[in-house]
Design a protein around this ligand. Structure first.
Ligand code: PEP
Ligand code: CO
Length: 459
């Protein structure tokens, strides 16, 4: 890797990295983190990358989801469990209906730091630094809370470690056993149309499992019926923290971000000559790149070449987030630019970040119908361009929140205040997330003749 060092990003311009008053304290905290164990192991990351290569070939689907911003206040085992239930349900819908393996990638166990549109926030006559995520400062609008505090980085690291510990236990300890599919339902969605559809699917799976059991195949003998692979991801925004979690893999000598299996570069920090791209080009992890309306196809191609000079499959995921009324304007050009270059990428769709609006009642929200429309349009564009829509990137939670309007319960602007808990952007609740999964499985089924052709052509 030419001229790359673990800290070479420091020589490049960087945006959205917090300034700290007490630099000595920041260094002390970062040194402490450096001496603590990695959160993930390099071999796991390589395993994920191999699975992602299957998505490039149209043989699997990538489901990436979780909080916009994790918080210290909402951290508790029930929230992690309920989030995991929704991920399992969504991936079951996709696996069963679309007959595709689903790669489960959480926006969790490290998704704290946030880029903000303005460095300060004004309320009345008071102006304070913006909230930048719980690993940097507090959300309360007071001078004390908004001060950038290095100690929060260590607290976020510790929370990530315990979150990941529970998720690993759920993934491998029996919770994800297909026999237990009925336990993944969340009480509060039992009456919704999605829950009814899921129940039908559950019954079909129970029949299939009973048949397999009679043939001698069951979860006691086959680990794959009982466990799932669950991977973690977050935006690689806070580079001082990422640097302290970047380690050399002793088995290969390569550098890995060990804060998560997968990291992505946000839409506001993907400058070709910026520190975030520089950092990401030196690590072995699979990398996501958010592509919004300001992204130019030739720039994205250059970033892909810089980060993935060997054109390795599974290394790059392009996450488009153009907004429900702009997919046709931007996505075809981007697909054509990437195709012309012959770059291997996963095409994932983020139908959230281009659709954030202010509700009439003053809340940041997203209309669920706009989310659905962006997904449908993205599938249609990929269909007509002959590319494979292989992933979904969403902000969601297992909690019964009222943050995005519409969906089965037809949440209105007036309802948003009832259970609005997000620390940053509005998330889909379980009903809305499941509805989206059913919609995508229909879209994949519609396009399946294409993806089968693509597989044959590629093999
Ligand atoms: C995010 O994913 O939370 C985010 C800030 O997205 P984007 O970089 O696409 O705006
Ligand atoms: Co967000």
């Amino acid at each position: 890797m030419k001229n790359w060092k673990i800290n070479s990003w420091r020589k490049y311009p960087v945006k959205h990295i917090p300034e700290y008053q007490d630099k000595k304290e920041l260094d002390q905290v970062l040194n402490k983190i450096k001496s603590f164990p990695p959160l993930v192991f390099a071999e796991e990351t390589r395993h994920l990358k191999k699975q992602l290569a299957e998505v490039v070939d149209g043989k699997a689907f990538l489901l990436q989801g979780g909080d916009c911003a994790e918080s210290f206040a909402e951290f508790n085992p029930d929230n992690i469990r309920d989030y995991f239930k929704v991920i399992l349900q969504m991936s079951l819908v996709l696996t069963y209906s679309a007959s595709l393996p689903v790669i489960k990638l959480g926006r969790i166990a490290g998704q704290f730091a946030k880029p903000r549109s303005a460095p300060t926030e004004k309320q009345g006559d008071t102006e304070l630094p913006s909230y930048l995520g719980d690993n940097v400062n507090g959300i309360e609008f007071t001078e004390k809370a908004r001060k950038h505090d290095p100690k929060r980085l260590f607290k976020a690291y510790s929370q990530s470690a315990s979150t990941l510990n529970l998720l690993r236990a759920f993934s491998h300890g029996g919770f994800a056993d297909l026999k237990k599919v009925h336990l993944w339902n969340l009480g509060y969605i039992k009456k919704s149309p999605q829950a009814k559809k899921f129940k039908e699917l559950e019954d079909k799976i129970a029949d299939a499992l009973a048949f397999m059991d009679a043939c001698g195949i069951n979860s006691e003998f086959n680990r794959r019926l009982k466990t799932v692979n669950f991977w973690t991801s977050h935006e690689a925004l806070h580079l001082p923290f990422e640097e302290s979690m970047t380690r050399i893999d002793s088995t290969t000598g390569e550098y890995h971000a060990t804060s998560a299996h997968f990291v992505w570069i946000g839409d506001r920090t993907r400058q070709l000559d910026g520190g975030h791209v520089e950092y990401c080009r030196g690590i072995e992890n699979p990398i996501g790149i958010k592509c919004g309306p300001t992204s130019k196809p030739d720039e994205i191609v250059k970033i892909c070449n810089l980060i993935n000079p060997t054109n390795e499959k599974g290394k790059i995921t392009l996450i488009s987030r153009f907004g429900h009324d702009s997919v046709g304007k931007y996505l075809p050009k981007l697909i054509r630019g990437i195709k012309k270059e012959g770059a291997n990428v996963i095409w994932s769709c983020d139908p959230m970040h281009g659709n954030t609006i202010q509700s009439t009642t003053g809340f940041k929200t997203r209309r669920f119908n706009n989310v659905l429309k962006e997904v449908k349009d993205v599938f249609a564009v990929h269909q007509s361009e002959g590319s494979y829509a292989g992933g979904l990137h969403i902000e969601m939670t297992g909690q019964n929140v009222t943050e995005c309007t519409g969906g089965a319960k037809n949440i209105q602007d007036q309802d948003l205040s009832s259970r609005y808990h997000t620390h940053c952007d509005p998330r889909l609740n379980a009903d809305q997330a499941l509805e989206l999964a059913f919609l995508i499985s229909d879209e994949i089924k519609k396009n399946s003749s294409y993806s089968k052709n693509a597989i044959q052509a590629a093999s």
